[in-house]
Design a protein around this ligand. Structure first.
Ligand code: FAD
Length: 427
């Protein structure tokens, strides 16, 4: 209940806006082929420590995807780009410009070296500097399409030291901590000591963490309980005790509700990013090769974005990173910390959690890029008047777009699930 810290709006406002207007539209959109398939490398080695070994629990595995629409597959082939079918060409997008090496690597495989003069190379490099995450190299043999509907985010049984090491490393080493820390682990009770940008960083991560944990409590393995639709791989449903263990004020020393408010905070960040990039997103083709469906998807995206833009109390990103040199330095630090978190996702020991962790961090990184890189600050017509190479700075890859919508879809569903838990607890 009540006001969301560092924002001008309340939990109640978002509940009714999300549950009535956003969730139904977004949920139907995310069932469409364009948003359903995401290319990801789940085989990357952890860059920070020796792998703990892969989780052997069957619910941790990711089912392979065989039936991908040709229009989507055409985006990148081992031999380079298939221009006749290329999603990226058709949607006026560039392939990942998130990572310098990847961006240049991609250009090297798809354009002859001679066609890149010094300026173009510099532009690709410069564009990578604006990004808040490391994206997988989509042309790598280890990158594969995953059907997100076939592999829903839910309880996997990934618990204990491996999961704790990830969260600990994120909070202790990558969030900005208050100076007075009384407890050794994730103590952010003095968050008021931090400046707005550092608080926002923590709140966004904590909100993402809450969302993951709401999902696992809402889609919990209840094989020994009755009353839920049984599927061949188990009985899944709400686990109210698991939810209360994580979020009840009394069971969490008051921290549970604050963590849930952080979920609303990160929701507002991504909501604002979608509103800000709406003119650009509306100009895309969402190409999958089926013109009738693609046209319906474009209309559905337009409708969703119109609703998002109508939200009266958007997060005001212009209040962040103001104040000259100091602010520029802070933004650089903010970006580096977030990029590091995107690399930590390659250390997650459960494939299913790694998939959804990477997707949600990429989606949040894309939102941060829209909000803070400065590239989306000009009106779209001005952006489109720039030279083709400069325009790439205002573009997002298919992977970024799919992750942005799906990440926001996760937050939207979490908020909807909170309402279900609320009603079950009050019943
Ligand atoms: P954890 O959730 O592991 O939290 C560790 C500590 O962090 C807590 O003791 C608390 O001090 C602090 N903390 C907890 N929540 C917050 C918050 N919101 N904000 C700030 N601090 C907090 N499990 C699944 O079943 N399905 C999944 O899809 C899944 N995906 C995951 C993705 C990632 C990237 C990671 C790292 C883990 C994932 N997990 C998943 C595991 C899950 O998040 C928990 O780690 C696990 O259930 C163990 O929970 P826990 O109660 O020990 O506390």
């Amino acid at each position: 209940k009540g006001a969301i810290d560092d924002c001008s709006c309340s939990v109640e406002t978002i509940d009714s806006f999300n549950n009535l207007k956003i969730f139904p539209r977004l949920n139907s959109l995310l069932h469409q082929n364009f948003f359903r398939y995401w290319k990801v490398n789940l085989k990357k080695k952890c860059p920070f420590w020796e792998d703990d070994g892969k989780c052997a629990i069957r619910y941790c595995s990711v089912q392979p995807c065989t039936d991908i629409p040709e229009g989507i597959k055409g985006a990148v082939t081992p031999n380079g780009i298939d221009k006749s079918q290329s999603l990226d060409m058709k949607s006026h997008m560039t392939v990942s410009d998130c990572d310098t090496e990847n961006a240049l690597g991609y250009l090297n495989t798809t354009l002859s070296k001679e066609s890149l003069d010094g300026f173009e190379r510099w532009a690709a490099h410069d564009s990578a500097q604006d990004s808040f995450c490391y994206l997988d190299d989509e042309s790598s043999v280890d990158s594969e399409y995953v059907d997100l509907l076939l592999n829903p985010e839910r309880y996997t049984g990934y618990v204990g030291p491996s999961a704790h090491r990830i969260w600990k490393s994120i909070y202790q080493e990558n969030c900005f901590k208050p100076t007075q820390s009384f407890r050794p682990y994730a103590d952010f009770r003095n968050i008021g000591e931090l400046c707005l940008e550092k608080r926002a960083f923590y709140r966004a991560i904590s909100g993402l963490h809450s969302s993951i944990n709401v999902h696992l409590a809402a889609h919990y393995l209840l094989s020994d309980k009755n009353g839920f639709a049984e599927s061949k791989d188990g009985v899944w449903g709400h686990n109210v005790e698991e939810f209360q263990r994580r979020f009840d004020p009394e069971l969490t020393g008051g921290e549970g509700p604050l963590r849930l408010k952080n979920l609303y905070f990160v929701y507002l960040l991504e909501l604002r990013a979608l509103a800000k990039a709406a003119p650009y997103l509306e100009s895309l083709e969402f190409y999958t090769g089926n013109e009738e469906i693609d046209s319906d998807v474009r209309k559905a995206v337009e409708d969703l974005l119109a609703v998002i833009q109508s939200f009266p109390e958007h997060f005001r990103e212009e209040t962040m990173f103001t104040g000259g040199l100091q602010a520029t330095k802070l933004k650089e630090e903010f970006r580096e910390h977030f990029r590091n978190i995107s690399r930590i996702m390659d250390c997650v020991g459960c494939d299913k959690c790694r998939l959804w962790g990477k997707l949600q961090v990429t989606g949040l990184g894309t939102a941060l890029k829209i909000l803070f890189s400065g590239n989306f600050d000009q009106p779209l017509d001005q952006q489109l008047n720039l030279s083709a190479v400069k325009q790439t700075k205002f573009q997002l890859s298919r992977g970024e777009i799919v992750s942005l919508f799906n990440a926001f879809g996760r937050l939207s569903r979490s908020i909807m699930e909170l309402d279900n838990f609320r009603q079950e607890i009050l019943r």
